[in-house]
Design a binder for this molecule. Structure first.
Ligand code: SAH
Length: 353
């Protein structure tokens, strides 16, 4: 039975489902989920993420985190954590880039928050020399200084979608028209979590709410506030969600999110206001474009140094990768970065409060 058939049977017996439940099933269904079954990243996969484009991305992130660790007195045991590590490439690049920082890798206990068993297997291979530990519940983040990175993690968390109707909201749902999955709208209801959006929306506007965001970031911020540390969050999105950003990508092309559940990557833009609101007692940086962040950390000097050893097609692809990560018309503007630090602590290099 395909995931489509399973979802159709479920909707027939229980009625239309929330977009968030549909998204969760498509991504993480235990047998048919996208992340359960596929190796989605890289040029052969469905989409390419920043660490898969160039090692320079992980190098800059690693240097920012290592400098933050030095700024906090180089604690001799700490958690080096990643949310949604994909193929483990980013963490491997961070660890390679920070080898020259005395004591950093020795003091780091690597903790990976990953839902997909298949990807845990890939990460175990990529990071076999570093003995990472996996956690399934964010509450299991150790009680110690925590330095954390999340790249394109929050965009994979399921969102609910709501359409404004008077002072209420109609929830967008996935239902059936004959044997086809189709979007529909539930009845208008008040939504206490969306009260603040009555000020800046009009009838018919669609907004998204990610229920899984605050519980995860809340625990991360708690560890940092109580034990010290810093988090870097990189994702695509902007301040305050407005409009339908649910997107399905397969073979590097946009596709219909309802067409073949479980076979395409599904994401939604990240609402950076929601990220900031979940930081609790911690201080957060300004929302900073990825290109600006990477330039401040010296990616162009690093790109030049690497290019000395390259020629021909390798050099061309290296130049293209640098442009892709930083140029405003590529990933440089669409992707944003925020840093999260304990109150009174210095902000991470590359970011400002
Ligand atoms: N950070 C990686 C991969 C991004 S894709 C990169 O930049 O290449 C999203 C990652 O988050 C995948 O590893 C996916 O399996 C994981 N993921 C998605 N939803 C999750 C959840 N609810 N809990 C934990 N991990 C999740």
């Amino acid at each position: 039975m395909s995931l489509r058939d399973i979802l159709i049977a479920q909707i027939r017996s229980e009625g239309p489902m929330r977009v968030s439940d549909y998204m969760a099933a498509c991504l993480l269904h235990p047998t048919h989920g996208y992340y359960t079954n596929r190796a989605p990243f890289g040029s052969a996969g469905d989409f390419v993420t920043a660490p898969e484009i160039s090692q320079m991305f992980g190098e800059m992130i690693g240097l920012s985190l290592a400098q933050a660790w030095l700024d906090r007195g180089a604690p001799d045991t700490f958690t080096l954590a990643e949310l949604g590590p994909g193929r483990g490439t980013l963490m491997a690049d961070i660890l390679r880039a920070t080898r020259g920082v005395p004591g950093f890798t020795e003091a780091a206990q690597i903790v990976l928050y990953e839902a997909s068993q298949a990807l845990r297997g890939v990460q175990a291979e990529t990071l076999s020399h570093h003995r990472p530990r996996w956690i399934s519940k964010i509450e299991d983040l150790p009680e110690q200084p925590t330095f954390l990175i999340a790249n394109e993690f929050f965009d994979a968390l399921p969102v609910r979608q709501f359409v404004r109707d008077g002072d209420g909201w109609r929830e967008r749902q996935v239902g059936l028209a004959g044997d086809d999955l189709v979007f529909g709208l539930g009845p208008a209801q008040p939504q206490p979590v969306l009260v603040h959006r009555l000020d800046d929306t009009r009838d018919g506007d669609l907004i998204e709410h990610c229920p899984g965001l605050a519980p995860v970031l809340g625990i991360v911020a708690d560890r940092i506030a109580r034990h010290g540390g810093a988090a870097l969050i990189v994702d695509y999105g902007d301040w305050r969600s407005l409009g339908d950003t649910l997107q399905a990508v397969r073979d590097h092309d946009a596709t219909d999110p309802l067409a073949t559940p479980g076979t395409a990557d599904l994401t939604a833009h990240v609402d950076f206001e929601a990220l900031v609101s979940a930081c609790g007692q911690c201080t957060h940086s300004r929302v900073t474009p990825q290109g600006v962040f990477l330039e401040r950390l010296g990616i162009t000097a690093r790109a030049r140094a690497l290019s000395d050893r390259l020629s021909g097609p390798a050099l061309e692809s290296h130049i293209a990768a640098h442009r892709r990560l930083t140029h405003p018309q590529e990933m440089g503007n669409l992707f944003k970065v925020i840093g999260v630090v304990a109150p009174e602590d210095a902000m991470l290099p590359g970011l400002e409060t």
